[in-house]
Design a protein around this ligand. Structure first.
Ligand code: ADP
Ligand code: PHD
Length: 400
């Protein structure tokens, strides 16, 4: 099998929700294997397993130890990988499952937000050469210095898939989803959102930073730097739904591609001398409460206070809110907000921010913050206006 091309496929929790769905994914892997490819399947935890495990941890401890939390969360992917391997064996396909550490995914020591330092897939290669389908637990690795098990952060299986595809020099890395690829908006909010057949790395990276739950943000950067051919495919479909390309050939500069949103953004105020002091106090607070760094969206200093605007998964934000109630110097100055972002191919045109504000005003939505990035216009709106804001801004996406 040494000369056969390697295909890495990643299946998210939605595609693996039930034993029946696992059997059906196994049939599709068997089919790919039967067509002569060497197949590596990266699996996430079934359905909402990771959420349930996190909730369980917080029921046991208000500030779960991060090492132990990683030990707990990695079990979700172990369940999927072993079940998938069993289902493949039942179909007569030789298969073997590996955890992240068995597969040689080496990370730093940052529990719950570890970064991949190296991938040494020795056992994976051996098993592929033997003709087996290799099923790998996504979202996890091991720190070679401490020998501790780590996780890559929520949604990290996409990053495992890209890193493994790069290390194995795979022909391509396919991210298999239930949705029809990357859409011009979350189809749950905008049912007639169109699927983007091609998207360039820079735009996709900003879409995912600003809330498109289609790919782990870090996996995009990795695919670009490691030159991994990356496609997003709808589960059951034969064609690629979305192909990620270096440059979006044929697309107009500044064209609005998609609207995405972050449902919950929390604001934190820190009594401090200056911005740097504010950051130090925030870092200390996170450490004391066993919290990893969140996604930082905005920060500023005025009148003895550092303000931080952060996003993360809801369990993390709930935990932060609880710890802030007990703090003297850090507090929540206001209710949470949502962001809504319009991402363009190429640089944002200078008139777009005003147009976006006018469209929202027409729908009675008044944002209170505007953040500019190279490809996106992002506005912070009240949580209750989020869906209406996404629908309104979607009218600016060119329907071609
Ligand atoms: N721009 C977007 N395009 C496609 N899906 C999006 C977008 N923004 C948010 N989503 C949501 O992301 C999820 C995509 O992946 P899904 O296959 O359901 O999950 P996973 O593979 O991570 O288990 C869907 O629930 C979809 O509603
Ligand atoms: N199970 C992990 C990792 C992951 O990547 O999941 P998914 O591919 O279903 O988003 C999580 O829920 O964060």
């Amino acid at each position: 099998m040494r000369n056969h091309s390697i295909i890495v496929q990643k299946y998210g929790g939605v595609c693996l929700e039930t034993p029946a769905k696992i059997r059906s994914v196994a049939r599709s892997l068997a089919d790919l294997h039967g067509r002569g490819h060497r197949v590596v399947a990266i699996v996430s935890a079934m359905g909402k397993t990771t959420d349930q495990l996190i909730q369980m941890a917080y029921q046991v401890s208000p500030a779960p130890n991060r090492r132990e939390l990683d030990m707990l969360l990695t079990t979700g992917e172990r369940i999927s990988m072993s079940l998938m391997s069993m289902a493949l064996a039942d179909l007569g396909v030789p298969a073997i499952s590996f955890t992240g550490s068995q597969a040689g995914v080496m990370t730093d020591d940052s529990h719950s937000s570890a970064r991949i330092l190296d991938v040494r897939p020795i056992r994976v290669r051996e098993e592929l050469d033997r003709g087996r389908v290799v099923v790998l637990a996504g979202f996890q690795g091991v720190n070679p210095a401490t020998r501790e098990i780590t996780t890559l952060g929520r949604g990290g299986s996409d990053t495992t898939a890209v890193a493994m595809a790069a290390a194995l020099k795979a022909e391509r890395c396919e991210i298999i989803k239930e949705v029809d690829g990357i859409c011009s908006a979350d189809p749950r909010i905008v049912p007639d959102a169109k699927s983007l057949r091609q998207v360039d790395f820079a735009s996709l990276s900003e879409m995912c930073f600003w809330g498109a739950k289609v790919l782990h943000f870090r996996s995009i950067e990795l695919a670009q730097s490691q030159d991994v051919p990356l496609v997003i495919k709808q589960w059951g479909g034969v064609e690629h739904s979305t192909q990620v390309v270096k440059e979006g050939a044929g697309m107009e500069n500044g064209k609005a591609l998609a609207v995405n949103s972050i449902a919950r953004i929390e604001h934190v105020e820190i009594d401090s001398r200056d911005l740097s002091h504010g950051f130090e106090k925030f870092a200390q607070h996170l450490k004391q409460n066993s919290l990893s760094w969140p996604q930082l969206l905005d920060s500023g200093f005025a009148a003895g206070k550092t303000s931080m605007t952060v996003a993360c998964d809801s369990e993390w934000l709930d935990a932060l809110s609880r710890t802030l109630e007990q703090s003297q110097d850090l507090r929540k100055p206001r209710e949470a907000s949502s962001s809504v972002s319009l991402t363009c191919f190429g640089a944002v045109s200078p008139e777009l921010p005003l147009t976006a504000l006018q469209v929202l005003a027409h729908h009675g939505i008044v944002p209170d913050k505007y953040v500019m990035s190279p490809n996106s216009v992002s506005l912070f709106v009240p949580v209750e206006n989020r869906e209406a804001a996404v629908k309104a801004l979607h009218s600016l996406v060119q329907q071609t």
